[in-house]
Design a protein around this ligand. Structure first.
Ligand code: MEV
Length: 315
């Protein structure tokens, strides 16, 4: 028997643009998913006592395929991350499932879990997307995901797909005195649909590419601000990133309402993840007031700790 737990994540800067080679900054959250895998010789593969069903258990089906596990396995899963909410629940499930399967055969290294989980997400999302979510969940802490090298930052690993390449750089979380408050709109949105929507926009107009490049510039500007712990600058850049994502068409009236409501209590706020629903984040030193503002505006607030540890697996 083996089990693994993996954290959710929020993207601070650069979602969507990272799919096209621009930089993104993401941090792991202290909300986790745990998967236990028990070999079931002579039995059938099950998930939480139910027969494995491709339509419901796509991440588990793909993890078994990617890691070549053909023996029957009884899985149990437990998640503290709201699903389809932009908080990385699907990546954490993929990472924890791969982590548990790897641990059945020996030590499960975060890099191996990250590579396998990215393959899982790639298939589950219809052949699109970057390794940002899965690598942040596997590695933990805070990462700068960028094709370009950055002097002075350690590269944890590098992942390539087709003509794209992403280097996963370790970044110090420069704002240990601040909280991140997540506001979930409660509107469920699939990452695959939002990524496909942006791809259609990019295919139709050069303007979309300009917006993506500008989002990349914002992430590049955020890097020194985050390293210096300059909350005011980080907050301003979050606001700018939100406006650019709105122009890209992935914000919603519900997300805009939560971002506006939390502004008086935060350094900055923006949608996080793929948008179309899901969640926004605010960077704040007044987490309780920010959470109340989100609740009053119709969202579900979570005061979370960023920079959380990555996948932890044991057999
Ligand atoms: C989703 O959390 C992040 C996106 O950039 C998609 C991806 O990177 O694969 C929207």
């Amino acid at each position: 028997m083996a089990s693994a737990s993996a954290p959710g994540k929020v993207i601070l800067f650069g979602e969507h643009a990272v799919v096209y080679g621009e930089p993104a900054i993401a941090t792991a959250l202290d909300l986790r998913t745990r998967v236990t895998a028990r070999l079931a010789p002579g039995g059938a593969t099950t998930v939480n006592g139910q027969p494995l069903t491709p339509a419901w258990h796509v991440h588990v089906v793909e993890a078994l395929r990617v890691l070549g596990e053909t023996r029957p396995v009884a899985f149990s899963t437990e998640s503290g991350i709201p699903s389809a909410a932009g908080m990385g629940s699907s990546a954490a499930l993929s990472v924890a499932t791969c982590g548990a399967l790897l641990a059945l055969g020996g030590p499960a290294e975060p890099e191996a879990a990250a590579r396998a989980a990215y393959d899982v997400e790639w298939s589950a999302q219809g052949g699109r997307g970057s390794p940002t979510d899965t690598s942040t969940s596997s590695h933990g802490r805070t990462l700068l995901v960028d094709a370009a090298p950055h002097a002075g930052l350690r590269v944890a690993w590098e992942i390539a797909r087709g003509e794209r390449r992403w280097r996963l750089h370790e970044l110090d979380w420069g704002l240990p005195h601040l909280s991140v408050v997540v506001g979930n709109t409660g509107v469920r949105a699939r990452t695959a649909d939002q990524v496909a929507k942006v791809a259609r926009f990019v295919g139709r107009t050069g303007f979309a590419k300009d917006v993506l490049r500008e989002i990349g510039d914002v992430a590049r500007e955020a890097l020194p601000a985050l390293r210096k712990g300059d909350a005011v600058r980080v907050g301003e850049l979050m606001e700018r990133n939100h406006r650019l994502l709105a122009i890209l068409g992935v914000s919603t009236p519900e997300l805009d309402r939560l971002v506006n409501a939390v502004r008086p209590f935060s350094f900055g706020a923006k949608l996080t993840g793929s948008g179309g629903g899901g969640s926004m984040i605010a960077l704040t030193d007044r987490p309780n007031e920010a959470a109340q503002a989100i609740r009053r505006a119709g969202g579900a607030p979570y005061v979370v700790k960023p920079d959380a540890p990555g996948v932890e697996a044991s057999a």
